[in-house]
Design a protein around this ligand. Structure first.
Ligand SMILES: Nc1nc2c(ncn2[C@@H]2O[C@H](COP(=O)(O)OP(=O)(O)OP(=O)(O)O)[C@@H](O)[C@H]2O)c(=O)[nH]1
Length: 363
């Protein structure tokens, strides 16, 4: 079952993969609509065929073929044609079946409500006018059937009409729920993507400056409320400009990524690691005393000094060191920026005292 779901999802995402914009919903909804119509069309055709109802079976085979054409058009990129084809094909099919086989008492024409759900997502980009047009088209078709279709036909009994009404209701609900599900899932994914863009540093995949500072504010506020300690550390790669100058910017980027990886791997649970800018990084350590913060940073400094960064095309690995400044919240700290400023002063001391070291600011 899960394998089937996986393949269905893959098919639905055909030609929509890797596009995170609003288009994604639209393409997926169109693909799903055609796939479902194809499955329902084929199943119905087989059922009718088995029961010896040749005309009905043929109509459903034609419906399945049209669904397949719509799906093919959609994945080939004929987006507009494929989207327009569905309402027309769907309305024609409903009119045809109601007039010829089921009669309006079967309520089969209520299947037209799926066109409303379809129009909202399928014609989202075109906007209100196109959506209204599709809904209006569904309404006119509905009225046409109600006015002119025979109430009953010789083909279906009372029981069959009830069954058709139930199936129509179930199919409409399923399609609407499916479409809403796709939209919500995609919006959630889009939301996550946008949050990533706003909070994650593209190169190192660490939190960016905005995010890590936001966390610094939270940690600072929690520390005040809970009367706890917290420490901030600022890390700066030593002589990083030399690496760029000697090996090029790309190698510099690789070094930054390796450096970020070591920081992430060595961060304790609950610590926030982020890129402050350039080759400077911040670590926010909640509920931590300066003694423990220094020992964590000392361990990290050694890990970085021991790091051998292999670069393609270079025989010898690159080694880097880092200077680290650490500061702790004090009783008279009123704003989180004060801790950061003191950590920055400590970093300055670390640079002046020979680099590759951890310094603290206890003032
Ligand atoms: N490759 C790469 N380089 C960057 C990036 N961001 C900043 N840099 C470089 O980092 C270097 C920082 O140089 P400096 O501020 O002089 O510091 P430094 O050479 O590390 O020297 P000290 O900090 O004094 O040890 C500059 O050459 C910037 O161009 C980046 O994203 N990628």
């Amino acid at each position: 079952m899960s394998l089937l779901k996986k393949y269905f999802a893959r098919l639905a995402e055909l030609s929509a993969i890797n596009s995170i914009d609003v288009d994604l919903n639209r393409k997926q909804v169109v693909n799903i609509t055609y796939l479902l119509s194809l499955i329902v069309g084929l199943l119905s055709a087989v059922v009718f065929m088995v029961n010896g109802w040749v005309i009905e079976s043929t109509v459903h085979f034609v419906g399945a073929a049209v669904s397949l054409i719509g799906f093919a058009l959609s994945i080939k990129g004929y987006s507009r044609t494929s989207r327009l084809l569905f309402p027309v094909a769907c309305a024609t099919y409903i009119v045809f079946c109601t007039f010829l086989f089921y009669g309006s008492d079967s309520h089969f024409m209520w299947l037209l409500v799926v066109l409303a759900a379809y129009s909202v997502t399928g014609f989202r980009v075109e906007g209100g006018k196109a959506q209204l047009l599709v809904c209006f088209f569904a309404l006119v078709t509905f009225a046409f059937i109600k006015l002119f279709a025979p109430a009953t036909t010789q083909y279906v009994s009372m029981d069959a009409r009830l069954l058709i009404a139930l199936c129509t209701f179930t199919a409409s609900c399923t399609l609407i729920v499916l479409i809403a599900g796709v939209v919500v899932t995609k919006l959630r994914r889009l939301n996550k993507h946008l949050r990533n863009l706003a909070e994650v540093d593209d190169l190192t995949k660490l939190s960016n400056r905005r995010k890590v500072l936001a966390e610094a504010v939270n940690v600072f506020a929690d520390s005040i409320i809970n009367n706890q300690r917290c420490c901030f550390a600022i890390l700066d790669l030593d002589h990083f400009k030399n690496i760029n100058d000697r090996f090029g910017h790309e190698v510099g980027d690789t070094v930054l990524k390796s450096f970020a990886r070591v920081m992430t791997n060595n961060a304790r649970r609950g610590d926030w690691v982020g890129r402050y800018g350039g080759e400077e990084f911040v670590i926010v350590m909640p509920n931590t005393r300066i003694k423990d913060a220094v020992s964590v940073m000392e361990h990290l400094r050694i890990q970085i000094a021991d790091l051998a960064i292999q670069i393609e095309g270079h025989v010898a690995p690159i080694h880097v060191t880092t200077s680290i400044g650490v500061a702790e919240i004090t009783d008279d700290t009123a704003r989180y920026e004060q801790i950061l400023a003191r950590a920055d002063e400590a970093l300055y001391m670390a640079k002046n005292n020979g680099r590759n070291r951890v310094e603290i600011n206890v003032s």
